[in-house]
Ligand binder design. Structure first.
Ligand SMILES: [Zn+2]
Length: 427
């Protein structure tokens, strides 16, 4: 049966941030799209037509978009001494990604913006394609492949090895405008949907071995106050060249930036999104606003890795919202467990942002962070012709704190993956 009808009585619209009552939605599995939405004028019969889905009594909304994920990472907390890039095989990491994609989808996440394959080269493209071809269940992936960073910045430490790196490189190193333009072309040729670059990073990571990138402060005797401070990776000219080159290919850009200066430079260059910005003030947010950037605060990873500063970081995110900065929800999922993606939205709500604004940031905001129409599809709200990504929560998140974890129904591209709380179609 290509078409089916879903009946709702509380349907959230991220565009108006309000709910609509008594709406039914016709979807088509052949096209994966919404055929139409209509307000019911008559009560429904006691027995619904075969194939119809009864979502009355639930809080129904478009599928969640996680705007910052890593499908090849699993929680750093599981084994802090494990370096996933070094200690896990390519195959193991692919198998883990398959599992991560399944649990992410079952948690209501119908789209992932996956920002860096973390030493898995372009395997994120292959997972994306496997999902799109129906081989495995998972969110719709928009991937960055390898991130672009300057030489020696987002790389593994090398000082203890002669002739070669200890670990597979996670980045595609490029320096100077010409090399950077070439790197952008290479990323797009290799299948990237989004170009991600590093405006700054902890480039002195190698000063305090044996600790690697995580946790941030190595356990050494008498370390300076900031053993590994974030410092710039690129000049303004280099960032400008990167964004301009991506624009030639109509490809959105995401920027990792921790420092104020890094954010301001990336915003000026025209990066669509700014990731993290855990040192931010009004000048930083003004730069984001002026340049139309979307801010992806990644509170969920900050909660774990920046414990002491977390209250301040949380307050900054609320300040960004107060000032009218556009937001998307992405937790850096993978550094904490896939399936718990909703932690990011919960933390944004705890920061003081109204629930309905967080729901909008977690749906249509996520679509915009994928480049909006640049990504080739429309999702994140429900309208005729859009992707039929629909989820149902067993409680209203405006009233119930845990509602975002109570996802009992998941439909992506008009195909049902979860019903009455149980996975289906995954045999
Ligand atoms: Zn990340």
């Amino acid at each position: 049966m290509p078409q089916r009808t879903l009946h709702t009585d509380t349907l959230f619209n991220p565009l108006t941030k309000g709910v609509e009552n008594g709406v039914s939605i016709v979807v088509d599995e052949d096209t994966g799209s919404v055929v139409k939405l209509f307000g019911r004028s008559e009560p429904l019969p006691a027995v619904l037509p075969e194939g119809d889905v009864d979502l009355r009594g639930k809080f129904v909304m478009p599928g969640f978009v996680d705007a910052h994920t890593h499908i090849f990472l699993h929680s750093y907390d599981e084994n802090p001494s494990l370096n996933q890039k070094r200690d896990e095989s390519f195959t193991e990491r692919v198998i883990r990604a398959v599992n991560h994609c399944r649990v992410g989808l079952l948690a209501g996440y119908t789209t992932y913006r996956d920002l860096g394959s973390e030493s898995m080269k372009e395997a994120d493209c292959n997972v994306r394609d496997a999902i799109n071809r129906g081989l495995i269940p998972g969110p719709r992936l928009f991937v960055a492949t390898r991130v672009i960073a300057s030489t020696g910045s987002y790389e593994s430490r090398t000082e203890n090895r002669i002739g070669g790196t200890c670990l597979p490189n996670g980045s595609d190193p490029a320096d100077g405008a010409d090399e950077i333009r070439k790197a952008v072309r290479r990323r797009i040729a290799h299948g990237a949907d989004i170009v991600k670059f590093y405006a700054d990073y902890r480039r002195r990571i190698m000063r305090y071995p044996p600790r690697q990138q995580h946790p941030y402060v190595g356990s050494v005797l008498h370390p300076p106050a900031q053993p590994n401070p974030d410092v710039l990776c690129y000049s303004q000219e280099e960032m400008d060249a990167l964004v301009a080159e991506a624009r030639l290919a109509d490809c959105p850009v995401a920027c990792h930036a921790g420092t104020k200066q890094g954010v301001i430079m990336a915003a000026k260059a025209g990066s669509l999104t700014i990731e993290h910005a855990y040192f931010a003030d009004d000048d930083v947010f003004a730069a984001m606003k002026e340049n139309g950037c979307i801010f992806v605060p990644t509170l969920a990873v900050c909660e774990r890795l920046h414990v002491q500063r977390f209250p301040e970081i949380s307050a900054q995110v609320k300040r960004a919202w107060d000032l009218g900065v556009k937001l998307a929800c992405g937790g850096d999922t993978g550094t904490y467990p896939h399936g718990e993606n909703a932690r990011e939205m919960e933390l944004m709500i705890e920061a003081g942002i109204p629930v309905v604004d967080v729901l909008a940031a977690g749906t249509v905001g996520g679509w915009k962070s994928c480049g909006g129409d640049q990504c080739g599809k429309r999702f994140g709200w429900l309208e005729e012709g859009l992707s039929a990504d629909i989820i149902a929560l067993d409680a209203d998140p405006r009233q119930e704190k845990n509602a975002l974890r109570m996802v009992s129904f998941v439909m992506k591209d008009a195909k049902i993956w979860k019903k009455e709380g149980a996975a289906i179609g995954m045999a």
